[in-house]
Design a binder for this molecule. Structure first.
Ligand SMILES: [Zn+2]
Length: 108
């Protein structure tokens, strides 16, 4: 896992815990300095999910025991697209996380 800055350092984000979270290498690299993404349905800028202040299961649904993800809100949908969370390359890692009991995120 990488330590991700939710609000990027390049945009004034802090080094305090409320601005840091663990992210897999795929999500971290695709997120980069993004904080918002375009919702293709409404063509509005929508904030990317913040795992420090929001609950995973309010914005995402998991299928196949956590292997596959879908966004169920505008925030969830733009996050899945912006971070390429349906990327097939992450599936082997998710399979290991499921076996280890680390994934999917539990109700917060
Ligand atoms: Zn990830």
């Amino acid at each position: 896992m990488h330590i991700e800055h939710i609000w990027p350092r390049s945009k004034g984000g802090s080094l305090t815990l409320d601005n840091l979270c663990y992210a897999c290498a795929w999500c971290n690299s695709y997120k980069a300095t993004q904080t918002h993404a375009l919702d293709p349905e409404t063509e509005e800028e929508v904030r990317i999910f913040n795992p420090r202040t929001e609950v995973w299961n309010s914005h995402f649904a998991w299928r196949e025991a956590g292997l596959r993800i879908s966004g169920i809100t505008a925030i969830g949908k733009v996050t899945v697209e912006a971070l390429h969370m349906k990327n097939e390359y992450v599936l082997p890692a998710r399979r290991h996380w499921i076996l280890a009991g680390w994934h999917p995120p539990q109700l917060d």
